[in-house]
Design a binder for this molecule. Structure first.
Ligand code: GUN
Ligand code: FE
Length: 539
């Protein structure tokens, strides 16, 4: 397996080198196939495949899937090969941990870089015991697959005609701490709203029992609504923020969790930290959360937004993120009043984006919420740094903040995900975010009929694969690519007692459109995160 190490040294920026990577991979695949075939011939026991050989065959299949990607980047090679490919030590032990855990047969819908909506009818998808997608192939390959992967055809679960699987929804921006007042307090613009409602409620999270109640409810609610990955803001309180991480881990949700940092608050004076505390507590939060070794929950450095932070704090947080290679989240250009305030507070910066840029807070692991009022130059800075945006249309309408021009963001090739922004957004469901994103796009078309309205397929991609890219988690989740974790929703469009009436059999594309526009949690029969069934929730 040491051949794979060479990939570490292959530069990933130049197309020529990427081509070398794919050639190298093809060579690798050939040598693996040869070794598998040779061993099958030589090994008298090979009529029943040992787990050792299942491991190796599955490795080969991954390589093959990878090679379909013409010029894989180094990071993709490494994530698909290194992360999960068994080393010699593992291969020599007779472990069965890449054996197939379960297989589904039926319709799968997902997005790829090339296609906003790819529909795979009568597909077979196998998940291994590590929770990863081992194969996704046409149903007619059943015999071959069951032999290769060693599962029995009686192990397969068949979906009904009105059912399908789609990737889990990725909420790229949600304030877990604001869930208690979701659906209320939507009568003020942002800066007044923060002072009147948000800061007083967030200050209550010093009380761990209150925190436990709210955080348990939000994690349960979002999971039931199909959010398999959430990027959470907590509050300034370290213990309560750690508790949110623990609760997400217990329920099996993939999550980025941020302890909020703010050393400036002139209106609600008791809800802020000193510069020193903010820095120390951020470091403690990161260390303690990482020490828990939760497989799916990671810390994210979280300056609330520029107006709540001094330049000194922003600088410290940029350093902390850089030194520990961490995710970063914040807000940017949500309202015009906020943009004006930032200009006054940071007169030395050329723009709002420049404030974050100057403090090393725009990286390829940064996600900034809103961006409704960013200039083209600022979007170019996002593109350059690899930072992404979270589009939160419910919040933008509810607080009358603005309407994000998604086409322009995509034109600038800035990574984009969707967010609920609870409680500026009143709904914790990503299905609502999908609908509001379509509405926002239609508002722009009403204002300018030449504006090309987003299609439901495009918004579907932003809510799934787009979100995973925005959070730099697309090597692990976002679609049904072989090697990724199985984060998925089993949708039953005709669920009994549900909100959708089907008059006749419909094509999968219609079923998806109906679910996105009309469905709710009653249609989400099962939710999987990294292969674990997390809905229905079992206590
Ligand atoms: N900007 C700074 N803090 C917040 C917040 O809690 N919600 C929203 N929507 N915008 C913010
Ligand atoms: Fe927010």
């Amino acid at each position: 397996m040491d051949n794979f190490d060479n990939l570490h040294y292959a530069p990933h920026t130049k197309p020529g080198k990427q081509r070398q990577n794919s050639k190298f991979l093809l060579k690798l695949i050939r040598s693996h196939v040869t070794s598998v075939i040779t061993s099958r011939r030589d090994d008298p026991d090979m009529h029943t495949l040992s787990s050792h050989w299942l491991l190796r065959i599955s490795a080969v299949r991954w390589c093959l899937a990878l090679a379909e990607d013409k010029y894989p980047t180094r990071s993709r090679c490494i994530s698909l090969l290194h992360r999960d490919l068994p080393g010699e030590e593992m291969a020599n032990s007779d472990r069965a941990d890449t054996a197939i855990a379960f297989v589904y047969r039926g319709t799968f819908v997902h997005s790829t870089q090339q296609k906003a909506l790819q529909i795979l009818k009568d597909a077979l998808l196998g998940v291994d015991t590590q929770g990863k997608i081992a194969f996704i192939e046409e149903g007619k390959e059943l015999e071959k697959l069951s032999q290769t992967f060693g599962f029995k055809t009686s192990d397969i679960t068949q979906l009904a005609q009105h059912e399908f699987f789609m990737p889990g929804l990725v909420d790229t921006h949600i304030h877990a701490s604001q869930y208690s007042y979701a659906g209320t307090a939507l009568d003020m613009p942002l800066l007044q709203w923060l002072n009147a409602y948000t800061f007083p409620v967030e200050s209550r999270f010093k009380d761990l029992e209150f925190a436990r109640k709210v955080y348990t409810q939000i994690v349960r609610r979002t999971l039931r609504n199909g959010t398999t990955t959430a990027c959470y803001f907590a509050t300034i309180h370290t213990e309560a923020s750690l508790l949110l991480g623990q609760i997400a881990n217990n329920f099996g949700q993939r999550a980025l969790v941020g302890k909020v940092c703010m050393d400036r608050n002139d209106c609600v004076k008791h809800y802020k930290e000193t510069l020193q505390d903010s820095q120390d507590e951020t470091c403690r939060f990161i260390k303690e959360l990482l020490n828990k070794k939760y497989p799916l929950v990671k810390p994210v450095v979280t300056p609330r937004f520029a107006p709540s932070c001094t330049g000194a704090l922003l600088e410290q947080l940029g350093e902390i993120a850089k030194n520990n290679n961490l995710h970063i989240q914040s807000h940017i250009s949500e309202t015009l009043e906020e943009v004006k305030l930032v200009k006054e507070l940071f007169p030395e910066s050329e723009s709002y984006a420049d404030v974050y840029y100057k403090h090393n807070l725009l990286t390829d692991k940064t996600v900034m919420a809103h961006g409704c009022h960013l200039s083209d130059e600022e979007l170019a800075l996002f593109r350059e740094t690899g930072a992404s945006l979270s589009h939160c249309p419910n919040s933008n309408f509810s607080l009358c903040s603005g309407v994000l021009n998604v086409r322009n963001v995509l034109k600038h090739k800035v990574k984009l995900g969707l967010g609920t922004d609870v409680a500026g957004g009143y709904s914790a469901s990503m299905l609502d975010a999908v609908r509001r994103a379509l509405d926002a796009s239609k508002v722009l078309t009403i204002q300018d009929p030449k504006y090309k309205t987003l299609s439901f397929e495009e918004v579907f991609r932003i809510a799934t694969l787009g979100g995973s890219q925005a959070l730099s988690l697309d090597d692990q989740t976002g679609n049904f690519e072989v090697g990724k974790d199985f984060d998925a929703l089993r949708i039953n469009v005709a669920a009994e007692g549900g909100p959708i009436d089907l008059i006749q059999d419909e094509e999968p594309k219609i079923l998806l459109e109906k679910f996105l526009n009309l469905g709710d949690d009653r249609n989400i029969a099962e939710v999987f995160v990294a292969g674990r069934k997390v809905v229905p929730i079992t206590e």
